[in-house]
Structure formats: C-alpha cells, structure tokens
Design a protein around this ligand. Structure first.
Ligand code: GTP
Ligand code: MG
Length: 309
C-alpha cells in the first residue's frame, strides 16, 4: 500500500471572502455556516476530505479584520493561530469586492483587509496559495490586474481563480493541495468530514438560518446553543436550542409577530439538520435575552477562543 499523506490547510481571508463556502465545496458537504453577512464564522472549524491516499484537513477561520471588541479580537487571534502547524495556507480574496467600480463600505474594507493579510504573510515569510474567489461575478480582464497587484503584495506560490459557489476551479486547488501533502498518518478516521460534534453543528445550522432572517435587525448579537439532544426510539432526535440575543427589543424581533419569525427559522433549520444528520429531527427553539454574552468567559472556552486575545 502506498504511504499515506495528510495536509493541514489553513484557509484565511477577509470577512465574507467565501472561506466557508470554499471549505464546504472542497469537502463536498456542508460543514461550515455561510451567510452574506461578514463575521459569520466565529471560530476555527475543520472540514476533512480524503482523496486517494491523502487526507486534507481544511481549517476554516473567522475573517481577519481590524478588531475592536473582545469577541472580534479573539476571532482574529484564532484565525492567525490556525497558521501554526499548517502545511499549506490558502489566502481567499473576494475578487468581486475588488473589482466593483465604486468601492465603498464593505467592499473597500475587504480590499484593505486583503492587502493587510498579504502584507502580513509576506512579512512573516508564510508562503501561501492565492485563491481569487467569486470569479463567476467578475469579468476576466479585471481579474488579471487584480492578480498582478496581489502577487506583488504577498508571498504566493500559486494563484487560482475559482468560484467556491459553483465549484469552478476548486478541483485544481484540491489537486495541488493533494500533490504537495507531506507523508504522514491521517489525523481523522476516514469517514469523518468535520471535527465539531453534532450538537455544535446543529447550533451553527440554526445560527445560519437566524442570521439569514435577521441580519438587518440583529447583525452580530446572536448566539445559539444546543441545550439538549434526545435520541428517540424511532430513530429521530429531539433537539432543544436557545437563541440568545443581547436586548429585549431584539428578542421581540427574533420571535416575530405571533411567533412567525422564529417558526420559519426553526423550520428551515430543521430541514437543514435532517439533511445533515440524515434522520428525522424535532426541533424546539427558545429565544432568550442574555445581555453582554460577548464578554462571558465560559462562552469563549466553548467556542475554543482565547478570552484574553
Ligand atoms: N457569487 C459568488 N458568491 C460567493 C462565492 N463564494 C461565496 N459567495 C458568497 O459570499 C458570501 C460569504 O460567503 P462565506 O463563505 O460565508 O464567507 P466567509 O469568508 O466564510 O465569511 P466570514 O465567515 O464571515 O468571514 C455568501 O453570501 C456566499 O454565498 C462565489 O464563488 N461566487
Ligand atoms: Mg466563514
């Protein structure tokens, strides 16, 4: 039998660049939450995929940005610490944000963040692979000048142009990662596709649906915890979760008139969970106010983040 290979791959980039989408596409299943909102990913999530004798362990990270709040600082620290021990680094850049004519707001920030990441990679002599994402939304000529600029700013061994969403070009990234994977034992059993326990994934699924519904009203002040998970005799599972918000006004919004909003969130989340866990799910959501949860030490521990970062 051929020698086994294993590569740990850190996926880094500005908020909303498409890191989680790329990890999901590389894994071929949904392991990380994706939304149109920045700062969706809160901590490092590992997606795992096997190609022949090679196991790729992809570390999805929170977007790297200029942090102000404690939670933000911890998220950025977690992203950079993913580089320690990584065999390869993917720097994901939102080509659409760079190419958009009048750069303002989120797009401008994304451009600044990408440049800062490129500079830091260069400064620390971290060779990485540049992944220009969202090429489905950008005309080709714009991509070439953008590539030239980023290659100058960073320390890149390769450049790939992909659409994480359609899968276009993603196979080439996987092929390169596999080819360069060092010899070594696999880090996870061969049928495992993520390292988070099911209750964490279930909480992420609900948080994704809640963010998709509530992103205008409750941008970041939202957390979901799986309170209980009960196995039923008929093979189904009964899951109870709490959606935490920071203020009473947000609780009202999350519940909606006659409980309509939380009902829709719950229905969507349940469908996603049934697909993810391949079984029937009974999902019960509660919405509670927990002021200042983003300052709670225990929360950081559960998310695997450093409180003092
Ligand atoms: N058009 C297009 N949109 C994409 C592509 N990849 C991701 N997106 C969209 O970009 C948004 C952000 O995607 P995510 O995967 O959540 O981005 P992220 O980098 O993980 O974001 P954070 O975790 O918040 O840092 C979502 O609305 C995706 O659907 C792509 O290849 N093309
Ligand atoms: Mg993400």
């Amino acid at each position: 039998m051929a020698e086994r290979r294993c590569a740990v791959v850190a996926v880094l980039g500005a908020p909303n660049a498409g890191k989680s989408t790329l990890v999901n596409t590389l894994v071929g299943a949904k392991v990380a939450a994706v939304t149109q909102k920045v700062q969706t990913t809160r901590t490092t999530v590992r997606g795992i995929v096997v190609h022949g004798d090679t196991q790729l362990v992809l570390i999805d990270t929170p977007g790297v940005f200029a942090p102000k709040r404690r939670l933000d600082r911890a998220m950025v620290a977690a992203a950079w610490s993913a580089l320690e021990g990584a065999d390869a680094v993917l720097h994901v850049v939102d080509a659409a944000a760079h190419a958009s004519g009048k750069r303002a707001g989120a797009d401008a920030r994304s451009v600044d963040d990408s440049a800062a990441i490129a500079a830091k990679l260069k400064e620390n002599e971290i060779a990485s692979i540049l992944v220009l994402n969202k090429v489905d939304a950008v005309p080709r000529p714009a991509l070439l000048s953008l590539t030239a600029k980023l290659v100058e700013e960073g320390l890149y061994t390769d450049v790939f142009m992909v659409s994480a969403k359609t899968g276009d070009g993603v196979g080439d990234v996987a092929k390169t990662l596999v080819e360069r994977a060092p010899e070594g034992p696999w880090l996870f059993p061969e049928d495992q596709i993520m390292d988070a326990p099911a209750r964490v994934l279930a909480a992420e699924i609900t948080r994704e649906q809640a963010m998709l519904r509530l992103h205008d009203e409750i941008p970041y002040d939202l957390m979901v915890e799986t309170e209980s998970w009960e196995e039923k005799k008929d093979g189904s599972a009964r899951i109870e979760q709490t959606v935490y918000v920071a203020r009473e006004s947000q609780r009202k919004i999350a519940i909606g008139a006659g409980g309509q909003t939380v009902k829709i969130i719950g229905e969507q989340a349940r469908k996603e969970m049934e697909a993810a866990f391949d079984r029937r799910i009974h999902l019960f959501l509660h919405v509670k106010v927990r002021e200042g949860w983003s300052e709670e030490r225990a929360l950081y521990q559960r998310l695997g983040l450093d409180y003092e970062a």
